[in-house]
Write a protein of this length. Structure first.
Length: 337
């Protein structure tokens, strides 16, 4: 079948939506389907892609590409490109990658999503709030993030994420301070960058944690996987209700135990491979870490079963099954094998 993906952000931009779009597109192409991506992200010099990507399409080019497709898949709602599907009468599937705000923009999105034949959520948490038709969780890069066996895990704790208030790295530092008062001194690596890095570095000094905390900057791909494999525990202390948590899947696949906030879609991404703490509570986080210091190995069977649903091939097939059902029930289009 011909699949058109709308992904407002895409490579060379880096993020969860960009990554999921690329993984699904490559899987569908591998299975013999024609795939195109439309995006607002401009290209970058030297960035190549074997996938057909249409960047910042004119209205005419958008209309032509929507006319071409059998399925118009919006990986997160994009109001600016939905009109073409309405004119062409194409079946629209929207996957909600995050919450919809309550402001004017949110009201407009809620109005336009009624155009979709089916709406999917990436977690039960998102699906419950947005009343979607079904849940299909996000995949992770299983060819990159994996345990190679015999890893030397020489550091206890890892944080991976943007250094902004929503991600809660400062809560982790406060928890480390509480542990220090109990004469517990784990080593923490911070992977990421962001506007609050200077404040976090200052906080490390104020709490006297200089000998325990290492700022590593950004890491991607194999370099990031290597960091997962040298740490015992991955902490996801988000203040914001994460709709999901691909970072948790990456850590689990590389053999980390997970300690995460108990809100949003994080409990679903962690599954049986870690424990949760009360969001925004450094004392609860410190207690969770103490528990994990004595349980820093993930059951192989638990991890394999949990990760299986999130492998790109499995997720891609689940979407293809949905697409086929929609085409079979659409009187204006014949199913494409």
């Amino acid at each position: 079948m011909n699949i058109l993906i709308s992904s407002h952000a895409y490579a060379p931009s880096v993020g969860g939506i960009e990554s999921v779009t690329e993984m699904l597109a490559r899987e569908w192409i591998r299975l013999g389907h024609e795939v195109r991506i439309i995006t607002r992200t401009p290209d970058a010099e030297g960035h190549g892609d074997t996938i057909s990507v249409i960047r910042n399409p004119t209205p005419l080019k958008l209309f032509r590409n929507v006319s071409w497709c059998d399925i118009y898949f919006q990986n997160n709602v994009s109001v600016g490109t939905l009109w073409a599907a309405l004119l062409c009468g194409k079946p629209v599937i929207i996957t909600h990658q995050t919450w919809i705000s309550q402001g004017i923009v949110g009201m407009v999105k809620r109005l336009f999503i009624r155009m979709a034949r089916t709406r999917v959520a990436i977690s039960r948490a998102v699906g419950g709030k947005l009343q979607t038709d079904q849940v299909i969780p996000n995949p992770y890069r299983d060819e990159v993030f994996k345990s190679e066996g015999g890893e030397k895990r020489d550091r206890e704790i890892l944080f991976v994420g943007r250094l902004v208030t929503d991600k809660g790295c400062d809560l982790l530092l406060d928890a480390m301070s509480l542990l220090a008062k109990q004469k517990i001194h784990p080593l923490l690596s911070i992977v990421g960058s962001g506007s609050e890095e200077p404040l976090l570095r200052k906080r490390v000094q104020e709490l006297g944690l200089e000998s325990q905390v290492l700022f590593l900057g950004g890491r991607l791909g194999n370099d990031l996987a290597s960091e997962y494999r040298r740490h015992r525990i991955l902490v996801i202390p988000s203040r914001w209700e994460e709709p999901f948590g691909i970072v948790a899947l990456e850590g689990i696949a590389c053999g980390c135990r997970i300690v995460a906030s108990d809100t949003g879609g994080l409990p679903e991404s962690v599954g049986p491979c870690g424990i949760l703490f009360s969001s925004r509570d450094p004392a609860s986080l410190a207690e969770a870490l103490k528990l994990e210091f004595h349980h820093a190995e993930v059951s192989g069977d638990d991890a394999l079963m949990h990760l299986q649903r999130h492998r790109p091939g499995v997720v891609a097939l689940e979407y293809l099954s949905l697409f086929s059902r929609l085409l079979e029930s659409n009187p204006r289009l014949d199913p494409i094998q």
